[in-house]
Design a protein around this ligand. Sequence first.
Ligand code: ZN
Length: 110
Amino acid sequence: MAEPRTSDSHDDPAAPRAIGAGEHVTVADLTPGRIIERWTDTSTSTVRVPMPCHERQVVTASRHTVNAVAVCRLCSRTYELTLEPDADGGHFAILTVAYVPHLLSRQAKR
Ligand SMILES: [Zn+2]
């Protein structure tokens, strides 16, 4: 039996609600701790999850993946990814914007 999906945010009225799988995400929504739900594309062996920041970027997990860290290669935004089996045999992705940003190096100015 699937448990009803509950949010931890009910203790904290300031916490924004999760963004549903069918909802559009803007860059302003991608604040640390924000929860974003996404539909996935599940094949016989893999689960493809679109990045909330760049929808044409996907990460590919295995069907056995439960938790992972997903990083967008275009903008380096990082998400904690949880995959939940869905009733239709696919998977439902819950992405949490990571609290710890990744900082990419570049050539120092002289
Ligand atoms: Zn991105």
